[in-house]
Design a protein. Structure first.
Length: 312
């Protein structure tokens, strides 16, 4: 038995397909099948029921898979212990990040991270919240940056910041702050179904059905820029997060307003699977992101009692 065999059975359990698992492990299907067969013979158990399509993990196999995860986690911890005294963040780190955070956060943090941590190999992908949770549990990524709380027992959440949600499309003459009642059940342009920011916007605006007030148009956007342009053209409102608002030109900032207190905010965290061997690296990375974001959000100057975290 070796670590590679354990990695192979985790791959098959994840993909439910020997060929796809082999591709993910960068080996031939024949090699992967032979290694798994050898492990099954050594353990005296059948891990996968090959008569099913997709491949099915047997009851005994589920127990083996669980133990394999524990063993590989311990292996990672042993490797990590060799680098505990390293003065800087280093090694390969795979991060997932949701698009509504990536577009404004990455331009702020990446220039510094890439310069200050030249030994850190960052691999970043934009994916949905559900995909981040799935890939964390399957050890496909090391951490995820997304809106929380997730209320997942197996996830550890390092809170990075609280980001206010603003209304775009108001009159320039309107007051500095707007009440949530002023936009409830109004025509709101929203992101596509399944986007957590869409769900948060619906909660704030008390939207029960998606409508922009145009009888022959139904639209689900995938970017804030599109929503702003449609709001400019057809009227109504849309919501944007504060870091995105900070990047807007002055003419657009003039028709954007913060909500009154308690100000609706979204909680942004770096999340990882618990227990996890790269905890020290992820904790250090979280601290650095917090440092880089410092001073850029109005919420950082407000009392917690003045903020209201919007779930999804």
């Amino acid at each position: 038995m070796n670590f590679q065999q354990l990695e192979y059975i985790l791959a098959v359990d994840q993909h439910r397909h020997f060929a796809k698992a082999a591709d993910s492990c960068h080996i031939t299907q024949a090699t992967l099948s032979a290694m798994i067969k050898k492990l099954e013979e050594e353990l005296g158990t059948v891990i996968f029921d090959r008569s099913h399509q997709p491949i099915k993990t047997t009851d005994e196999g589920e127990q083996t898979i669980a133990k394999a995860r524990e063993i590989l986690t311990l292996q990672s911890e042993l490797i990590r212990m060799q680098h505990l005294n390293e003065p800087e963040i280093s090694g390969s780190l795979r991060l997932g990040i949701i698009p509504t955070i990536a577009n404004s956060l990455l331009p702020i943090i990446l220039p510094t991270l890439l310069v200050e941590y030249p030994k850190l190999d960052l691999q970043i992908i934009e994916i949905t919240t559900e995909e981040i949770k799935k890939q964390l549990l399957n050890d496909q990524i090391d951490g995820g940056i997304l809106a929380t709380p997730l209320e997942e027992e197996l996830m550890e959440e390092n809170i990075l910041y609280y980001e206010s949600m603003l209304v775009y499309g108001v009159n320039k003459s309107d007051k500095k702050f707007i009440s949530t009642d002023a936009v409830k059940n109004k025509n709101i342009w929203l992101l596509e179904e399944g986007n957590c920011f869409r769900n948060q916007a619906k909660i704030i605006c008390d939207i029960r059905e998606k409508t922009q007030g145009i009888a022959n148009l139904s639209f689900e956007g995938s970017s804030f820029e599109t929503l702003l342009n449609l709001t400019d053209k057809f009227g109504g409102y849309t919501l944007v997060p504060e870091l995105y608002f900070n990047q807007l030109p002055e003419n657009r900032k003039q028709i954007t307003r913060h909500f009154e207190k308690p100000m609706p905010v979204r909680e942004i965290s770096l999340v990882y699977h618990r227990p996890y061997a790269r905890k020290r690296t992820l904790d250090s990375l979280s601290e650095k992101i917090i440092e880089l974001i410092s001073g850029q959000l109005v919420t950082q100057r407000m009392k917690s009692s003045d903020l209201e975290i919007v779930g999804f």
